[in-house]
Ligand binder design. Structure first.
Ligand code: SAH
Ligand code: DHB
Ligand code: MG
Length: 224
């Protein structure tokens, strides 16, 4: 384990490939000022989400877990002018920070920010007859990851991409005896993912500014 080196390299990659970005930098500042936990995706992962959304040609995106909207900004910037992004956040204080960050980034009008428990918002979206999304990003409370994945599938079409953050948790994901409900969430998510015939999936370990973790990427290859 070499967290100092991971951090230095992440900074190096970010300086070279992401650079300064007023809207994103300002959002992180506002999040810190408001006392939000610094668990946003890293700049390099944010940019990967952005590029995946563009490769996908995504016109509609569902995000579960908004925090201060850092990942939301990266994803929303990949959308065409008529695109939409629905993002779900339980904490009303976080949502206020999000709203200000999105307004400053010029993206507020593209985004449907729903405050409440994500499981409730997902049921509500279903009742409203929401169309399938092109890309889903799951990054909220980890114990619910299997349930969020179920919903993501329900809101998918052939070719939808489902990305799930924090699936490695410093390696604790392979520790069956770990009682942390976030680890158990990551474990049952992995079980669920590996048994799901409607997707082709992989997962990648990441090191960097936020330590050692990983994300999973699933492509929906079979309907229903
Ligand atoms: N995607 C963000 C980080 C999200 S952190 C980014 O990369 O910038 C996880 C967020 O999920 C937190 O803001 C937390 O308040 C929210 N959350 C936790 N439990 C939730 C729930 N049950 N429903 C919706 N959001 C939840
Ligand atoms: C936590 C949540 C995240 O989304 C993340 O990327 C890292 C940590 C957490 O709640 O511990
Ligand atoms: Mg995360």
């Amino acid at each position: 384990m070499c967290p100092e080196l991971w951090r230095s390299i992440d900074r190096y990659l970010t300086e070279n490939l992401v650079g300064a970005d007023p809207a994103l930098d300002r959002a992180l500042q506002a999040n810190a000022m408001a006392g939000l936990p610094p668990v946003d995706v890293t700049p390099t992962l944010g940019k990967l989400l952005h590029l995946l959304a563009r490769i996908q040609g995504a016109k509609s995106i569902l995000e579960i877990g908004t925090l201060g909207g850092y990942s939301t900004i990266w994803l929303a910037r990949a959308l065409p002018p008529e695109g939409t992004l629905v993002t779900l956040e339980v904490d009303a204080q976080h949502a206020e920070v999000v709203s200000a960050n999105l307004t400053r980034a010029g993206l507020r009008s593209l985004i449907d920010l729903r405050v409440g428990r994500a499981l409730d918002s997902l049921s509500q979206l279903h009742r409203e007859g929401a169309e399938p999304f092109d890309l889903v990003f799951i990054d909220a409370d980890k114990p619910n990851n299997p349930a969020y994945f179920e919903w993501a599938l329900r809101f998918s079409r052939l070719g939808t991409i489902i990305i799930t953050d924090n699936v490695v948790r410093e390696g604790s994901v392979i520790d069956a005896a770990n009682a942390d409900p976030r680890v158990q969430g990551a474990r049952s998510f992995m079980q669920r993912l590996s048994a799901e015939p409607r997707v082709e999936a992989t997962a990648i370990q990441t090191v960097g500014d936020k330590g050692y973790d990983g994300f999973a990427l699933a492509l929906v290859t079979r309907a229903g």
